[in-house]
Design a protein. Sequence first.
Lengths: 366, 195
Amino acid sequence: MIAKPLHERVLMKGNEALAEAALKAGCRAFFGYPITPASEIATYMARRMPQEGGVFLQPESEIAAVSMAFGAAGTGTRAMTATSSPGISLMSECISYLAGAEVPCVLVNVMRVGPGLGGIQPSQADYLQATRGLGHGDFHVIVLAPATLQEMVDFTFDAFELSERYRNPVLILADGVLGQMMEPVVFHRQIDPAELSEPEWATTGATGRRKRVIFSLYLDPERLEVHNRHLQCKYESIRAREPRFKTYDLEGARMLVVAYGTSARVAYHAIELAEREHVPVGLFRPQTLYPFPYAALRSVIQEHAIEHVLTVELSAGQLVEDVRLALEGRCPVSVFGRTGGEVPAPLEVLEAIAERMEEVRGGLVY
Amino acid sequence: MLGRRLEIICAGFGGQGVMLMGQLLAYAGMRCGLQVTWMPSYGPEQRGGTANCTVVISEGDIASPIVARPHVAVVMNPPSFEKFEPRVMPHGVLLVNSSMVGDLSERTDIDVFYIPAVEVAGSLGDEHTANMVMAGALLSATGALPLEAVVEEMGHNISGSKTHLIEPNRRALRAGYGLIPADTRHPLYFKVAAS
């Protein structure tokens, strides 16, 4: 296994494309415990990381993996860990520590279906966990949601940069389809980690300078509230600056589908089929789930006088919570969700769209 | 717009090389300048279990890599026949490995080709190349990609200690292509420059 070339279309599995992107983004420390459908990230890193002179280690558990990533990231090294849903639950304690200690680190969740051990098929049922409840305490991680393998690559670069800009963990939230499928990607950039400047907080040995300490323990409530306020200010600026989204086929739309990741791909195909049947429906695809593009979604609804919003998700109704928060009751919202690891085909989504559209036309929704 | 696209499902026992067959089509499609996706069924699969992959080849961007009703299905074993024969789109193509599947399709709205892939591969010297016999027949029956593009691609994708397998696989691919009578061969589906 060798480094993938720059500026050339290469056909890769999503997990491998993400791993190669991390290496090209200068990641030199990877810790991971294998789990379907994320295992290829670790397998790829096991082969490629030594070639780049970095550290690959498969520890005894996900808790150890994220803790090692915490330690490596604390030296200012670009560090990453990757897993699938149950693994993220195990990691949650340390993710909270990363957020509390403001250490940049990239986390990857290639979601599989739950709850519990659940199954190994694709899912998006960790949406609420990722955007609200990734650990204890008042904190957020930035959540990037790729829908194509090119975005798996590009968002991996973005993840390292965002995590350093905000000194905050960044989670790439993919799913079993994106991890397992192959699609051509292009690597546009390659970063030499030697050219990255050492952060002023990195613990690299205090010889000849004052010591630096990374911690998340504040026993003094006054100081801890100041720290919490500082974190909240940071999240506010993330919310102001970083929401990302894409829209498709809004022209003339009366109905809007909101979906991310694999669901958005299936939904977009369904929308193209719907257009052939003159069903006026558009697509809004959040690329960041935290920060969610609330304002953008609200203005799309208003500008296009959308009469109904349907979320398409591989969960029972999680994304829909953010959609409802965005719309503040301006427009009826419903969910088309599959669970259990079932991934709908475009025709199934088309049926759901057509059904809702009939209600809109018949005025039944109001 | 999504543009013209061809959706293919390759299915069989684990070990029959259906994943590889799909990957070869995806690689060759990419090298012809088309958009491609390859999506495996993944699960507790193993040699002897069932496996399948979905390949989409398209002139435009590919939205869904998930396909319920393919234009083309290659079925290498009886369970795959049972599962995918009913799903092929009307006017689609079904390629049956008749060395292992005894059933005949009763569908009249699709083109069905019965390929004794294992016998043909065996007569060429290696039964393991039955998947490439099927792939060759697929190219001929659907016009999915130019035969020479796929023959060429094989050289890029088999490397290292396995290079001795390139020529036997190419032979199997050409033999499979030749099994489809010239008058039922499908013209090229996409406008691509043959490599």
